[in-house]
Design a protein around this ligand. Structure first.
Ligand code: ATP
Ligand code: ZN
Length: 324
């Protein structure tokens, strides 16, 4: 990791951090000043107030209504997953820079004394923190693959799962749309290539409808994941060449910078092979997912319709809060 990032990301003793003093990010400053986001002293780690949460919940229910015909199985996991399954996912091949692992104190009383002494002296105390079998969930769909694999082959029509999770990515940033802990709602599709492609086109269309209903300027574009290192450039290129990832983009942080708020992913047989997921006729299952970034959509609404929800266009409020 870049040294400057490490220094900037140090936890602070108060809110008056060097980052906060610079005032470089006006949207973040405005959100914090309005109380919608509550800074914690760490970049990309925020509390949310009641208004922010009302909007997150309303978007989440809107996604449920949009997906009502999917016969999706609802599965919910805590924002962490098995380290063994995480290792199997090959996340560390593609995105080691984003991963978050959970470590715990594993010493005895003697080691505890050492830790307390280090804390007193302001020295590094983490020597006795050892990796646990828990890692942070990087995307809401990750805990689902082993669960579906364990059930045996898929039914003929495939499977659709509805997931929601706080996700962790180690990408500290001043941009409020790039958080370290944020919520992702997903529909994950398991089946044949034709079933996944149909699912993805359907959701690109529905995602665009959602943005239109919320009166948010948007566009769909081909995208790639932020694969790590030199090998990553090749992976990103190949992902684009095969048109595996599309995003729905909305200007949020600034007018000329578009932010991905939804993503539409075709994983081909990547997860099917890793976990041995089989179609009804025992072929390797293909998978795909549509991900809704709930914080980013919420921020887009505050950005485009203002911080006072009561003054948002009535049409938008009806879509979010008036039950059909
Ligand atoms: P980006 O290209 O901006 O890093 P992504 O395309 O890699 O995002 P995905 O892995 O496709 O993101 O995740 C699905 C959705 O989760 C994104 O469309 C976005 O709305 C949301 N998301 C991803 N990273 C963050 C983040 N750091 N903070 C807030 N939301 C995020
Ligand atoms: Zn996914």
């Amino acid at each position: 990791m870049d040294e400057s990032v490490a220094v900037k990301e140090r936890p602070f003793s108060g809110f008056n951090t060097s980052d906060d003093r610079t005032g470089v990010n006006s949207l973040r400053d405005a959100l914090v000043q309005a109380g919608l986001l509550i800074p914690t002293g760490v970049q990309g780690l925020f509390g949310r107030d009641e208004r922010f949460e009302r909007v997150v919940e309303a978007i989440d229910s809107l996604v449920t209504r949009l997906g009502a015909d999917q016969n999706a199985e609802v599965l919910r996991f805590p924002p962490a997953m098995s380290r063994i399954e995480f290792e199997r996912s090959e996340y560390l091949k593609g995105f080691p820079q984003l991963a978050g692992t959970v470590h715990s104190f594993c010493g005895g009383e003697h080691e505890q004394q050492r830790v307390l002494q280090c804390l007193d002296r302001g020295d590094d105390w983490t020597e006795y923190q050892k990796p646990t079998y828990v890692v942070m969930t990087p995307a809401a769909c990750y805990p689902v693959y082993p669960v579906i694999a364990q059930r045996g082959s898929l039914p003929e029509q495939g499977n659709t799962v509805d997931v929601f999770s706080y996700c962790f990515r180690h990408e500290p940033s001043l941009d409020p749309t790039r958080m370290q802990l944020f919520r992702m709602r997903e529909y994950v599709r398991f089946g044949t290539p034709a079933q996944i492609m149909a699912f993805r086109s359907e959701w690109i269309e529905r995602g665009t409808r959602l943005a239109k209903l919320l009166e948010l300027p948007n566009s769909i574009d081909l995208a790639n994941d932020p694969f790590f290192g030199r090998g990553g450039k090749i992976a990103a290129h190949s992902q684009r060449e095969q048109s595996l990832k599309f995003e729905l983009l909305i200007p949020i942080e600034s007018a000329d910078k578009l932010t991905a708020c939804l993503s539409f992913n075709y994983h081909v047989d990547h997860f099917g092979l890793l976990w041995g997921i089989k179609t009804h006729d025992l072929g390797v299952a293909h998978t795909g997912c549509v991900g809704f970034g709930l914080e980013r959509l919420t921020l887009a609404l505050f950005k485009h319709h203002g911080f006072d929800i009561a003054r948002w266009p009535q049409t938008v409020r009806d879509v979010l809060w008036k039950r059909p």
